[in-house]
Design a protein around this ligand. Structure first.
Ligand code: ADP
Length: 397
């Protein structure tokens, strides 16, 4: 089945067209600078890359240009737009309403809209993308919303509740939601399949380590805890995000640095993390280089990242009263052997033993723990777009 996957930002629209029977990407690309001027970058295997700078005043025009490119006689991959059987949309926030992907209708759109305050940067753009596709694709083409938060909706109240006055948490729907759910779901399912084990029998810690990083505890097929919270700022320190800090630091900074709520938000989201700590970069390749050259703050940033990762893995083993599998995924998790090794260092007491010969330089789907390790440690490359396409297909079927 041919499924179009759309990930809309406020001025961008990334897309991938999948043939789900094979998992092949037939074409992919990005529209950027929507509402400014417009640039479409389009790639299809076996065809010339294509770039268009036709004006994109809004997302509707951008989606139309994507569809035009897909059926173009030179670089297109479809003979008719009707070949697209459904569109899967990445949607950041589904609030507490959806624990699964859903076919978009008016109620779903209302929920996405109601969640604007919880995902102010993403949800409006995601809804715009859905409405653009509805306007431009043949009538009746199903639109599916795949929520980043959905996988985590199985968490018990003790894991998702914040110890604030209960009435306030209820009034504003303040709770832990968690993000990267599509990735955590995909790699946790995939690792069970890869190991030939029953998903419902396993206790899994999934470590999605990228620019944004999050962990999930998946106990017998259900997410029972995750590190991101009301927003994707919580958890481990990240590229530019501070992660968990003493909440009293927020009013302290606002008072002493004379910052507004928006300014302190920007400071914690964009100027903190390993970038803010090191003053070097948010990219772990740059940090590694700087650290090797003797930059102490880069070394501190790496040490903190590894230390916090290890603490989370340990705490999730405690939360699940055991762990069978640890999965590393995303940019850092897939590519950075020393982070994987350090995050597991010293965890032999709980049955975790990395085999350096299997871990070093490894980037592919594989087991990296030693044969006598009680806990199996794996690299599972994530593929959020394919996961969205598969979930979309399941719903449409
Ligand atoms: P996101 O999707 O959240 O933007 P990614 O999952 O692509 O992020 O991860 C980005 C991070 O992954 C970067 O900080 C970079 O340090 C790391 N990374 C990506 N590729 C490599 C690589 N080949 N070697 C080492 N680190 C890498």
């Amino acid at each position: 089945m041919k499924i179009l996957v759309i990930n809309c930002g406020s001025s961008s629209c990334k897309f991938q067209l999948f043939e789900t029977s094979t998992g092949d990407v037939l074409a992919k690309g990005n529209c950027e600078r929507i509402g400014i001027d417009g640039k479409l970058t389009y790639k299809a295997p076996g065809k010339e890359d294509y770039i268009s700078t036709e004006a994109m005043p809004d997302h509707k025009v951008a989606v139309q240009l994507i569809l035009n490119a897909l059926v173009d006689k030179d670089h297109g991959v479809l003979s008719d737009i009707g070949e697209i059987k459904a569109v899967g949309h990445r949607v950041l926030h589904g609030g507490m309403y959806y624990s699964k992907s859903v076919i978009v209708n008016d109620d779903v759109k209302k929920v996405i809209r109601d969640c604007f305050p919880l995902g102010p940067l993403h949800n409006p753009a995601n809804l715009t993308g859905i409405e653009a596709c509805e306007a431009v694709l043949p009538e009746g083409t199903p639109q599916i919303a795949v929520f980043d938060t959905a996988f985590h909706m199985t968490m018990p109240p003790k894991a998702y509740t914040y110890a604030l006055p209960y009435e306030i948490t209820e009034k504003y729907s303040i709770r832990r939601y968690g993000f990267h759910g599509t990735s955590h779901r995909y790699v946790s399912h995939r690792v069970a399949e890869f190991l030939g084990k029953n998903y419902e029998d396993l206790k899994i810690v999934t470590c999605h380590l990228g620019n944004g990083s999050s962990f999930a505890a998946v106990d017998q097929g259900k997410c029972v805890d995750t590190t991101m919270g009301l927003t994707p700022l919580a958890g481990i320190c990240m590229g530019t995000r501070c992660g968990d800090i003493d909440p009293a630091i927020v009013p302290f900074l606002m008072k002493n640095e004379n910052l507004t709520p928006d300014e302190v938000d920007t400071l914690m989201n964009k100027k903190s993390g390993v970038q803010g700590l090191s003053g070097v970069s948010s990219d772990f390749r740059d940090l590694e280089k700087a650290s090797k050259e003797g930059n102490e703050r880069a070394t501190l940033a790496l040490d903190m990242f590894e230390y916090q990762a290890r603490k989370i893995i340990g705490s999730y083993a405690a939360a699940m009263q055991g762990v069978d599998v640890i999965v590393f995924t995303a940019g850092i998790g897939e590519n950075t052997d020393y982070i994987r090794a350090k995050a597991c260092e010293g965890l032999e007491f709980m049955g975790v033993k990395i085999d350096p010969a299997k871990n070093n330089g490894n980037r592919s789907e594989s087991i990296i723990s030693s044969d006598d390790s009680r806990v199996t440690v794996c690299i599972i490359p994530t593929n959020e777009e394919l996961a969205i396409a598969q979930e979309t297909e399941e719903l449409v079927k």
